[in-house]
Design a protein around this ligand. Structure first.
Ligand code: PEP
Ligand code: MG
Length: 290
């Protein structure tokens, strides 16, 4: 009993019957790193780009990425997720009538040359300097063509593992085809819920639509996890749902291989998983989908 209690309070994520589930951290900079967790599942790089009139200089980017790569056992860096809903002055993007449906995330690369290329080069340089492997993923990917173009660019820059965030229903529906282009997927349930239910993720009156237990969202997550299992490639969740101890077992039951969350959430999620077998997680998933 003592051993079980200890396993539940530290160490890698596992179900009661030993099925491994990586518990990863969502961070905005090296300052957010904690010794807990099995690596970084989402390094949001926006922080570096905030409050600037010019893009952060290449060397400054290299230093920021290297600091995280050098200190965590594995790191997934997300390329800049900006747009008119997360405005960054240096991008100089015009206002849009529907910012959430406009030029954001990877789409910024359609209208601005160089921002993504420079970021990928800085990440590759940071990986080289630290001897770490850089895993990089793009936000707001929608089609296989976008995924293929991103993967081509990232690999040409020397990125070791290329992935995509699944935040748009169109991408979830094509998870199998996307996985022919890339090495892993990470499901951003915050945006995936927003776009699946056509409900602003910040809107207090629409919270019930944005509940991650909504069966339509669970179907999309299951579709991605299934595609990952078939391809033998990791498919994680990095939206807020992953850090909720009531939801984490359900997500594991749907078949995701990692959960990435705010560092403060790791102990409770670890404990929730340690208390249930994989079959019990699957049972929760089946019940929720019905
Ligand atoms: C998400 O959309 O679920 C996500 C993790 O990205 P962000 O919250 O940064 O949009
Ligand atoms: Mg998002």
């Amino acid at each position: 009993a003592e051993r079980a209690r200890l396993a539940a309070s530290q160490g890698p994520g596992r179900t009661a019957d030993g099925h491994p589930v990586k518990l990863l951290l969502n961070i905005g900079s090296a300052a957010d790193l904690v010794p807990d967790g099995e690596g970084v599942g989402l390094f949001r790089t926006e922080f570096l780009f905030l409050d600037r009139k010019q893009a952060p200089p290449f060397e400054e980017q290299v230093a920021a990425y290297a600091e995280v790569l050098g200190r965590a056992e594995s790191v997934i860096i997300r390329t800049l997720d900006a747009g008119t809903d997360k405005p960054l002055p240096f991008l100089g993007l015009p206002d849009e009538p529907n910012p959430a449906l406009g030029v954001r995330g990877l789409r910024v690369d359609r209208v601005l040359d160089g921002v993504l290329d420079t970021q990928l080069e800085a990440i590759a340089a940071a990986a080289k300097a630290t001897g770490a492997q850089a895993w990089v993923m793009a936000p707001m990917v929608t089609t296989v063509e976008e995924a293929a173009a991103f993967a081509r660019t990232a690999r040409a820059k020397g990125i070791a593992k290329v992935g995509l965030m699944i935040e748009v229903p169109a991408a979830a529906l094509r998870a199998r085809a996307l996985l022919r282009e890339v090495d892993f997927l990470s499901i951003g349930t915050n945006d995936l819920a927003q776009y699946t239910f056509a409900a602003d993720r910040q809107h207090p009156a629409l919270a019930d639509l944005l509940d991650p237990r909504q069966p339509a969202l669970l179907e999309l997550i299951a579709m991605c996890a299934q595609a990952g299992a078939e391809a033998g490639k990791p498919v994680g969740v990095c939206g807020e749902a992953a850090g909720d101890p009531a939801l984490a077992p359900l997500l594991v039951g749907l078949g995701v291989t990692s959960l990435s969350m705010a560092p403060v959430c790791v102990p409770a999620v670890r404990e929730a998983l340690a208390g249930l077998t994989l079959e019990e997680c699957r049972e929760r998933a089946r019940a929720a989908r019905e």
